[in-house]
Design a protein around this ligand. Sequence first.
Ligand code: SAM
Length: 333
Amino acid sequence: MALDIEHLLTTSDPTAIDSLFHEACRLRDEAYGRKVFMRGLIEISNHCKNDCLYCGIRRSNTCHRYRLTKEQILDCCRQGHALGFRTFVLQGGEDGWMTDEVLCDIVSTIRREYPDCAITLSLGERGKESFRRLREAGADRYLLRHETADSDHYSRLHPAEMSFDHRMQCLHDLRELGYQVGCGFMVGSPFQTIETLKKDIAFIADFRPEMVGIGPFIPADGTPFEHEKAGSVELTLRLLAIIRITLPHVLLPATSALGTMHPKGRELAIRAGANVVMPNLSPQDTRALYSIYNNKLSTGSEAAESAADIRARMKAIGMDVPVDRGDFLTHNL
Ligand code: SAM
């Protein structure tokens, strides 16, 4: 189905939008059934060597820095497994202390202790050899948002030392190493246009990632973009549906950024074709410190509480939340 992306992103015709969401959900249900897969997010470090202009944990922002110990990470996995999580997502800033040796030790221990679980990493750009070692240690998936498929736009969101080509190279390396790969972008990031969004969709259609993470840009205090406007919930929902229609089998999270912008943001995302939620399993006392944007969701709640809350919300809109790794399905492709 050839989509008129510009029309779908700009129309105010409610019938066109309803049928967009309807078609997205139909394709999702055909691929995966009425299931929402849970991933347990563990924010392992907020140290970062990068200075992305939008991010609250950028190097030059003054914030209290922390990193979890191996024992703390394993403790999060233990709690998560008991709560029915079968995917752990280790996310963090680009922290030089997290060498291949340190990370491979953590990943291989999780792999050994939880053979029934998928391990996803989201730790930014690394060299191909590092990605290879982490894959061999037991990582299955890697999330690395491309942030924008337009290199000029990329250079307005990042400092000169960060390169669009290197980010793209990382995505290709990950693919070659056999990871299930996730890319994605913020909706409403400064300088984004309909044209850059069309390039994002074209990139996604061409790269065919197994996962796509999108959520509204939310300003973060202390960053160069702190006074910029937040991204729109409505536009994010339309883009979720467009991505689902573009790649019917993609694993598509209803992100916390959407939940932060709207009390029913994650439910709306599921109704637009998303099929993944990522409740936070990080220790309660470090959650508020992983402040990539303002007013981040559930910084005060316990793991059990956020998992129960999200399960109840999904069930209330008629979705199952299975105890399942929720791998990318290749059947019917
Ligand atoms: N350092 C890793 C990386 O670069 O992929 C993972 C952590 S990074 C904080 C995860 C994602 O958070 C980024 O890819 C970005 O899209 C998103 N993010 C950062 N700042 C944000 C903001 N102000 N609003 C919304 N999303 C943001």
